[in-house]
Write a protein that binds this ligand. Structure first.
Ligand SMILES: Cc1cc2nc3c(=O)[nH]c(=O)nc-3n(C[C@H](O)[C@H](O)[C@H](O)COP(=O)(O)O)c2cc1C
Length: 233
């Protein structure tokens, strides 16, 4: 793909709120999820899962949890992104095992990642490690740089990870002639209950997906010089 084609894709994607009922072909749905799967993540921990909802009754219940936003009822597919705050425990062994088997990393690198992940995710007994880190890290920061600690950031860390697959998903869908709308306007606890999503997963985004109903959507963006700061703020 050429750069101008990519820019065109990025500029013409719209948050669409009216969908036709036509189903999404399964091979396109799979391709869109494949684009999401290849998004980067911290330590390659891949904490984001995708609950793919097509059932009309479930979408109706989700619509209610989304304060009646009707695109959730209209779109034939709703993808619910769930990010794992415990991806260190749940995914690290699998990720390192795969990367080692594929020759993507060596034992030394795997050991380094394991050590780093263990440190920044350390929660200690009853979460006391996270509480301690909250107190100690600002003091350490006085003397040396301190990176982001998922054990402290918790759901914020997980939600940040989920936004990258979400963007891949939206652009892939747009490239396939489909429409999406990213949504944060919902009651997370209710969405989790409806779909049986475990508590350690945070749900930062819902994504209705389908074919757009005819609509003229014009949006703007702030000018570049308001957003971009050459060299420093
Ligand atoms: C994190 C996030 C949450 C959003 N939540 C909602 C939402 O709950 N309902 C909705 O209709 N649109 C939602 N939007 C869509 C935005 O309103 C939309 O992206 C923005 O107005 C820009 O329009 P565009 O995406 O068509 O360029 C959300 C967008 C983002 C990025």
């Amino acid at each position: 793909m050429q750069l101008d084609q990519f820019l065109d894709l990025a500029r013409t994607r719209r948050a669409v709120r009216h969908f036709r009922p036509d189903p999404v072909p399964s091979e396109i749905l799979e391709a869109v999820l494949e684009a999401a799967r290849w998004a980067p993540s911290g330590y390659n921990l891949q904490p984001t899962s995708f609950v793919v909802v097509t059932d009309a009754d479930t979408r109706e219940r989700l619509c209610e949890a989304c304060l009646g936003q009707k695109q959730v009822r209209e779109a034939p597919v709703v993808i619910v992104l769930a990010a794992d705050t415990r991806a260190d425990r749940n995914n690290l062994d699998a990720v390192l095992g795969q990367d080692l088997a594929a020759g993507a990393i060596d034992d030394g690198y795997a050991a380094m990642v394991r050590k780093g992940v263990k440190l920044v995710f350390a929660r200690g007994p009853f979460g006391l490690g996270s509480i301690l880190a909250r107190v100690v890290l600002p003091l350490i920061r006085l003397f040396r740089p301190v990176p982001s600690f998922p054990s402290v950031e918790g759901r914020v860390w997980a939600a940040r990870q989920a936004m990258l697959p979400a963007m891949n998903l939206m652009l892939a869908a747009h490239a396939a002639g489909l429409a999406t709308v990213p949504m944060e306007g919902f009651d997370e606890a209710r969405v989790r209950d409806i779909l049986g999503i475990p508590r350690a997963r945070t749900v930062p985004l819902l994504m209705p997906l389908g074919y757009a109903a005819p609509d003229e959507l014009v949006r703007t963006r702030l000018p570049m010089d308001r957003l971009v700061h050459p060299e420093r703020w």
